[in-house]
Design a protein around this ligand. Structure first.
Ligand code: AKG
Length: 259
């Protein structure tokens, strides 16, 4: 089991574990007051901001919340989380985007197995990773994440429908029998996962919304590939240009990896 308890630094074995397994559980990154503030902001925003998906199946998806709410901006740009991400990635990072993901009570379906990076219009990136922050307790029955440890290593690159339970395994049959690790989280914990680690989330069978805030980072040198994506489409970026735009700031601001 890959779990680290320190909130702002990581022991070498946690970094090794992330690089080997493609995911890492970090406990207690946010305290109770920070969780409450971000949770309330996410719930409030979900009543005013349009979801990218049908409300509830498999989740309400609010993209680039940091552009709409100061409290979620603080969470998305939190230098503690970005610092951990940069340590794990080992390359300088930019924010790609954030998303608040709410699995509605009693009706959200599973998020089926998929890879993240193939969805994105990125060229030349050496690393992508997501910090998935639990803003409520997320036991297995409320929609927690499941990972296929080490599945990122071969660099398989397929984009599948995350509402189709067999799509990833039809495309990459060797993953069907891969061991799985399911990681329930306490509010304030987070998991990091690599953009090519196969992962899924269980349905929310409880009476409480499952509220998570995902902060997605990319290699600072990633270039825009020119393929369509809801975040990049309105920006008029030139294909093969770097993501030098205010929506994609370098993080953390006080980077230790770059001058
Ligand atoms: O929260 C979920 O249900 C799935 C999240 C996910 O797939 C991701 O953050 O990459």
């Amino acid at each position: 089991m890959s779990t680290a308890s320190a909130a702002t630094t990581l022991p070498a074995e946690s970094i090794d574990s992330y690089r080997r397994n493609g995911y890492l559980h970090v406990a207690g990154v946010l305290d109770a007051a920070e969780v409450a503030e971000a949770h309330d902001a996410a719930i409030a925003l979900s009543s005013t901001m349009a979801s990218r998906r049908y409300k509830g199946e498999p989740f309400t998806q609010l993209v680039n919340c940091w552009q709409h709410d100061e409290r979620l901006r603080a969470l998305t740009l939190d230098p503690r989380i970005a610092g951990l991400a940069e340590t794990l990635a080992g390359v300088p990072l930019r924010l790609w985007h954030d998303q608040t993901l709410i699995k509605q009570p009693q009706r959200s379906t599973a998020t089926e197995f998929h890879l993240d990076a193939p969805y994105w219009p990125h060229a030349g990136g050496r690393h992508w990773l997501t910090a998935w922050v639990a803003l409520v307790d997320v036991p297995v029955e409320r929609g927690c994440m499941t990972f296929l440890p080490g599945s990122h290593v071969d660099g398989d690159f397929v984009s599948v429908d995350l509402e189709n339970a067999t799509a990833l395994f039809d495309a990459l049959p060797h993953l069907r029998w891969w061991p799985r690790v399911t990681v329930p989280l306490r509010a304030g914990d987070l998991t990091f996962h690599h953009g090519l680690t196969a992962h899924a989330a269980t349905p929310n069978l409880t009476d409480e919304p499952r509220v998570a805030h995902a902060v997605i980072y990319m290699d600072a040198d990633t270039r825009y590939s020119g393929t369509r994506h809801v975040v990049a489409d309105p920006l008029g970026l030139e294909p093969e240009s770097p993501f030098a735009h205010e929506l994609f700031p370098r993080v953390p601001g006080d980077s230790r990896l770059t001058p």
